[in-house]
Design a protein around this ligand. Structure first.
Ligand SMILES: Nc1nc2c(c(=O)[nH]1)N[C@H]1C(S)=C(S)[C@@H](COP(=O)(O)O)O[C@H]1N2
Ligand SMILES: [Mo]
Length: 486
């Protein structure tokens, strides 16, 4: 069975989809990247509590307890078959087989406890019960391990296809990162975020492991004169480009870490669309929204105009010199400079449909997020850290600022309520990436608050007005307070 069809991930995923956005935001804020582990643990705790309750009930009313087991199984089965990535009723099987097994075991265990005791061996039933229960636990563990082994041979195909992937050389390589883009400051975010440190945000409880050999991308919809279905080798044979692009999440709070910069390898999405006969709205094309779908049923809507306006909107298969990691969308994802991830960066992509914003709302839109969401100008102080202590004298304040596709033209720092002072900028690598900055501060003893703001390439200054992440990205200035010692 597909690992995603298991009752725990299926119910967990359904809970994610049904959870009100406010609660989801709270969970991301509170648990960060452990949010999924917390959710799975919650489902397991709930199941354990239900099992204990049904076990007690079974001693008095076995039929009612069996009905309870059936109900739990039905919830799992229903969740599994109604997931958007479920294509077969067989996805109900893990829950149904699990419930049937649970019912049989409950029956067996309860009988052990309630059978009239033979006078000769008082207490034997309790021992019998414990032996049977231990047997059940051992059997369940064995089944789990067997399932894991079978599951790993399945995902073995995906792993093998990723190991076998040889990334092509780009016809249009990214220019070398200018040496001055990386400032020699301890504690600053590196200009290129290593893959293992790159933030991850998605709704998938089980990371999709897609076999590159069977992967397909379908392009269809309004204004598509020539529909296409592409394989990975076909994509790799196209004109390959390499670009440095900073990706940011709309859920990133001011000063947050849901942003990263990588060197992406892929093909230009606009060229591909043009070959399919797609025209942007500005040239009279009938579709203004490009909806990307992923293997796990995510839908992400991007303005066709943005994809085709000449920016480096990519179908990417490489990230920092290696094939995309599974967690970042192997084998192929979208990356569009200047747009938040939830409206541009579909991972594990399988289809691209041309439609309109009027006709279709992508996944996050009915959940209260804006349908269109360009990245807002932001800046962050990486060092010194908030609530840290420094020694009076020269202190280097440094961090990153981003305003993808507009570029960062200026960064300023304010100490307490003082005047804005220009920071030194790292060399610009391009307007689609973040930019490092540093400010040499003559720190006087006491508690001080440092605040940063950026100006984008159009001359617009980052707004001071504080807004939350909902519906289209947080605004406001990042501050840190530090204690300066003599
Ligand atoms: N299939 C899929 N793609 C997705 C998402 C998702 O949940 N599922 N999340 C999006 C969001 S909200 C962001 S911010 C980026 C994050 O990409 P990363 O995890 O590689 O950093 O992926 C986008 N692509
Ligand atoms: Mo996001």
């Amino acid at each position: 069975m597909r690992p995603e069809a298991g009752p725990v991930p299926a119910v967990g995923d359904a809970v994610v989809d049904l959870t009100p956005t406010g609660v989801k935001e709270w969970a991301i804020r509170t648990f960060g990247e452990s949010d999924k582990a917390v959710l799975e643990f919650g489902v397991l705790v709930l199941l354990a509590a239900l099992a204990a309750g049904l076990g007690r009930l079974a001693l008095r009313r076995t039929a009612a307890a069996l009905a309870g087991v059936a109900a739990v199984g039905a919830v799992g089965a229903l969740a599994a078959v109604t997931r958007p990535d479920s294509s077969s009723p067989a996805d109900a099987l893990p829950s149904l087989v699990g419930a049937a097994t649970a019912a049989a075991l409950l029956h067996l265990l309860v009988r052990r406890l309630t059978r009239p005791r033979p006078a000769a061996a008082p207490g034997a039933d309790r021992r019998g019960f414990l032996v049977a229960a231990a047997g059940v636990a051992a059997g369940a563990t064995g089944a789990l391990l067997l399932g894991r082994t079978v599951g790993s041979t399945r995902s073995g195909h995906a792993t093998a296809s990723r190991n076998a992937l040889r990334l092509p050389r780009p016809v249009s390589p990214a220019p070398a990162v200018p040496p001055g883009a990386q400032l020699p400051v301890e504690g600053i975010s590196p200009f290129v975020t290593p893959n293992r440190d790159f933030y991850r945000v998605d709704t998938a409880l089980v990371v999709p492991r897609v076999d590159a050999d069977t992967w397909r991308l379908r392009i269809h919809g309004r204004g598509v004169a020539r529909e296409r279905v592409l394989t990975l080798p076909e994509l790799l044979r196209r004109e390959v480009v390499e670009r440095d692009i900073t990706l940011a999440c709309v859920s990133n709070e001011v000063g947050g870490t849901l942003v990263g910069n990588a060197r992406w390898l892929g093909v230009r999405l606009a060229d591909l669309l043009r070959e399919c006969g797609v025209r942007p709205p500005s040239a009279g094309g009938p579709a203004d929204q490009l909806v990307a779908r992923s293997v796990d049923g995510m839908t992400i809507g991007t303005p066709v105009q943005d994809v085709m306006d000449g920016r480096d909107a990519l179908l990417a298969f490489g990230m920092n010199g290696e094939p995309l990691p599974f967690t970042h969308g192997f084998p192929v994802r979208m990356v569009v400079p200047g747009l938040y991830g939830y409206v541009s960066a579909c991972k594990w992509i399988t289809s691209l449909e041309l439609t309109t914003f009027d006709a279709y709302d992508a996944y996050w839109v009915p959940r209260g997020w804006a349908a269109r969401a360009p990245v807002k100008t932001q800046s962050r102080i990486d060092t010194p850290r908030s609530a840290s202590g420094v020694t009076a004298g020269r202190v280097t304040v440094a961090g990153v600022a981003w305003a993808q596709h507009r570029g960062v033209s200026r960064v300023q720092v304010r100490v307490d309520e003082g005047p804005w002072q220009d920071a030194e900028l790292g060399t610009e690598a391009g307007r689609d990436t973040w930019r490092q900055w540093r400010y040499r501060w003559q720190a006087a003893p006491g508690r001080h608050t440092l605040t940063v703001r950026a100006t984008d390439g159009t001359g617009a200054v980052q707004t001071e007005r504080r807004t939350g992440t909902m519906p289209d990205g947080a605004t406001g200035l990042h501050s840190v307070t530090v204690a300066v010692k003599e």
